[in-house]
Design a protein around this ligand. Structure first.
Ligand code: UDP
Length: 415
């Protein structure tokens, strides 16, 4: 058996008053024919990164709608996760590709996981490339298999794409965050574009009194007596943490007491994270105004909540991005954002809502300076961003899109 993740129970009723009542009614109605449907979500890690964040909230709500939903994670050793990270990077367009050894390690561990998969499911959602081979290696069964790709695969490295493409044959549907991410020659007929969403009731996003949020930030080791900008992101080259430091240093020339916090979690399936973490600790060591934190130094959901709430500006200087849940998380808390114009970020800040989009270190510095100096303008942007998130990027909307997809895959006709 694969490792099951325990997520407890949740009720959709709790979302009344946060999203429109009609959305909840529509959702309940649409999900009725799916009662009893056995749904399995498969991914690579129970913590760290956007996918686990999503599943933790989505799985119990699917159960509340009457589906019998499980979340299981594949396992692997360091070699496997180095290979899957190379595949992840290759799918996002990295030149590096993967070695023959990595490919062999990927296939061997996928085979072991496929042998341990005991699925009686009607629908299997496979998240991202790490578990993608399980469909082919597990052999045929009754289930409908859906590949839920969360990354930007619009211009994949051809060598890596050829390998992944082979494993995708036999899938019944694929879901991307945006149409633009659909890779060339995808061998799957049904393709949907469904953006992710945040859970306004998760500990990361629930309302937090300012006083409590301040205590939390102080406890972590940041004094809020001078302005603070923060990036919350895995330590990953695509999130450009060194670009953030470079932009911050430019702004510091104008605002000498500005503080920077780099908050990054280490995911189980992301071995690159440690190298980058150590490099960041090295470059920030002699500067008391630059803070580097991770889940290993006590920063969990509530702490991220406090950082996103109390930072003067949230930065997300990604150069490639699938969606970037952190954007909606920050905007939902009314905090303005400076973010890279990459992947799913612009759709969360459409029409200039929420903050400023940038494409270079210099632009990032200029945008930070503007939002730090023009506070009324920044607050106004953030307020619009919050309403934009409310209308598009909260969990019930995502659930409704997925229910519709499952109806189509399970052959339930539309009313
Ligand atoms: N996150 C966290 N702690 C950290 C860094 C990130 O809890 O130190 C969370 C973040 O709040 C968000 C998720 O991890 O919910 C990252 O999702 P996103 O879509 O932004 O990026 P991904 O990691 O999936 O590329």
């Amino acid at each position: 058996m694969l490792h099951k993740v325990d997520v407890g129970t949740r009720s959709l009723r709790a979302y009344r008053g946060i999203v429109p009542d009609e959305t909840i009614e529509e959702l309940r109605e649409a999900a009725k024919p799916l009662r009893g449907l056995r749904v399995l979500h498969l991914n690579a890690t129970p913590y760290g990164g956007g996918v686990s964040e999503l599943l933790r909230s989505l799985v119990p709500l699917m159960n509340d709608l009457g589906m019998r939903t499980e979340w299981e994670v594949i396992s692997g050793d360091q070699r496997f996760f180095s290979a899957t990270k190379a595949i992840h990077n290759g799918l996002q367009g990295s030149d590096l590709g993967i070695t023959l050894e990595e490919e062999a390690a990927y296939e061997m561990t996928s085979r072991e996981n496929a042998a341990r998969l005991e699925t009686e499911s009607d629908i299997v959602f496979v998240h991202d490339p790490q578990p993608v081979a399980l469909r082919a290696l597990h052999g045929r069964d009754q289930a409908r298999w859906i590949w839920r790709c969360h990354i930007d695969t619009s211009a994949p490295n051809p060598q890596v794409w050829e390998i992944v493409r082979g494993y995708l044959e036999g899938y019944d549907a694929a879901v991307f965050t945006m149409r633009e991410f659909v890779p060339p020659g995808l061998p799957i007929a049904r393709v949907e574009a469904i953006p992710p969403a945040i859970d306004p009731l998760s500990p990361k996003n629930i309302p937090l009194q300012e006083k409590v949020a301040r205590q939390i930030i102080n406890w972590i080791g940041v004094e809020l007596d001078s302005p603070l900008v923060t990036q919350v992101a895995r330590f990953d080259p695509w999130k450009d943490p060194f670009g953030v430091i470079a932009a911050y240093r430019l702004v510091r020339e104008q605002i000498p007491n500005l503080q920077l916090a780099l908050v990054g979690s280490m995911a189980l399936d992301d071995p690159e994270g440690w190298d980058i973490y150590h490099q960041l600790v090295d470059v920030s060591q002699n500067d008391p105004l630059v803070h580097v934190f991770s889940n290993f130094t006590g920063v969990g959901n509530i702490e991220v909540n406090a950082f996103q709430r109390l930072s003067d500006v949230i930065i997300q200087k990604s150069v490639r991005e699938g969606f970037g849940l952190v954007i909606s998380e920050a905007l939902w808390k009314g905090t303005p954002v400076v973010a890279g114009r990459a992947g799913g970020i612009p759709m969360q800040m459409a029409g200039g809502t929420g903050g400023l989009l940038v494409e270079s270190v210099e632009e990032c510095a200029a945008a930070l300076l503007k939002l730090l100096r023009e506070r009324r303008y920044a607050t106004e942007l953030a307020k619009h961003g919050q309403e934009w998130v409310r209308s598009r990027f909260l969990l019930p909307r995502l659930l409704l899109d997925e229910v519709r997809l499952m109806r189509a895959c399970a052959g339930v006709s539309d009313e």
